[in-house]
Ligand binder design. Sequence first.
Ligand code: GCU
Length: 611
Amino acid sequence: MNRLIIMAAALLSLVSCSRPEPSTARRELDRLWKGSPVEFRHTPEMKAEAFGIEREGHKFVISSADDTGALYGVYSLLRDSMQIPREESPAFPLRLLNHWDNLDGTVERGYAGHSLWDWDALPDSVSPRYLDYARENARIGINGTVLNNVNASPQILSHDYLVKVARLADVFRPYGIKVYLSVNFASPMVLDSLPTADPLAAEVTDWWKNKADEIYSLIPDFGGFLVKANSEGQPGPMDFGRSHADGANMLARALKPHGGIVMWRAFVYSPIDADRAKQAYMEFQPLDGKFDPNVIIQIKNGPIDFQPREPYSPLFGAMPQTDRMVEFQVTQEYLGHANHLAFLAPMWTEFFEYVKPSSLTAIAGVANIGDSDNMTGNPLAGANWHAFGRLAWDPQLSPARIAREWIDANLLIPGSNIPDSIYSGLLDMFLTSREAVVDYMMPLGLHHIFAFGHHYGPEPWCDIPGARPDWLPKYYHCADRQGLGFNRTTSGSNAVEQYPEPLRSQLNDIDTCPEEFLLWFHHVPWTHRLKSGHTLWDELCYRYERGVSTAEDYCRRWEEARPYIRPELHADVAERLRTQAADARWWKDACLQYFREYSRLPYPTGVTAPV
Ligand code: GCU
């Protein structure tokens, strides 16, 4: 027995010696820390993508079972060479960016220029920026990228495009990043004139099987499909009288022999009478247990649509027999586009207070990346890309730590001796910024009172004859002479019933509902007293005012930090912060003036009346 163990150990060490050095990890080390005293150790018993870092005399040893683990170990060591020894492995096996990039180069809800993918030039010409992108992602542990918009053009599955996709996959592969595609459910009809896309029709299943074979012949490690079906006008199985499960399983079976997966989105809401916040649950919960093992249901963090604050989507707790993943939005569709500072780590960690990371198979973030010089438009938005990756790796990391990592590496002039007070002021800007946006846009659980279409400014009064009611802000704020807010309690739409006890009862009761969700769940009388002792109207005014003064304060703090900030960033950000402060005032003035038509109450002392 002992001899056997010794032989096995000898064999293992032979394997570990004979294994070539992880080349990407070594190349990155040489690029970023030339001559570094680092040795790689192949440790097959470690988990995939995991790494360990320890010291042996003067050298650092990075252990891993695979090349990607070694690469992650390098980036981790460069970030922190103090807390050693340590071992890390990712919380979620799949950590993906979702690009909402169209094939014509535009990016849906993108605020950082055009798409990074130059489809016209591919596959012959490969931009050096693809490599930058791969490195940036690997640095924070992203291991998958969905290249195209969920509102998918069928053309992405044409042979010409697949060859281009394969070229990108070649660039990303050494960095541990797999490529995935969003697919249009009607692709067989559009690309090859099939009379139907019915997932139970043999010609359709054959079409997808052949398409999967073609994809894998070009991209052997292709990740799989992301699907938006029967949502906002996209085709799907329900067009043919079939269910989401029928559609998802048909695609999953085409990918299965190759090891691919299907991420099927639960972002659905039909023009029916039910409260929109209830619809994804109503459509998907009955399908629990009916999906194949290589299908994951991709659910937005909240039940509506990436608002500055939403309660978690109750669907996360309602499909225990189905793999689920969360979709966050890194791009700031509803948080001031490229102009506002809104550091989103606090929003995402808030989600994890309600939904256990261990209940999820994967995590996706709608990318905020484009072809602008810094890839994120607003230089500070780089912090959100960073935060998404870091939390996808370890959701326990604190927003403060993540913000510090990013500030130190990206904002400060290297070696600048920034005084503690100025540094904390800067850090505090990041940590309070999401709450500030909530304050000046939609405090106390208000939601979706954005201008129609572009979702930038306020438009609570918006009325478009003939438009779907749930596309209009009035549907959500429900302001009337009595009060404000959407009644989702048992006496209203009863959306609370989708949440488990004791949360359900807590949300249902106006006195126990957390105030940050008050107007999400309750229609509250204008004179109802909140915990502060203020009436709803007064508290609303104070919150809007607080949001404005916080945004104004950011301009002052940024100016104070000027000597320590990289000069190429300072002026650019200063201008965006001024816009943010002006927008905050615009939001406050517009919303309070509008809601006052209903409350007919005076502005409380300390709140400046809109001009
Ligand atoms: C939002 C967004 C759309 C997007 C959709 C989605 O509604 O405004 O642009 O297509 O979400 O997530 O599918």
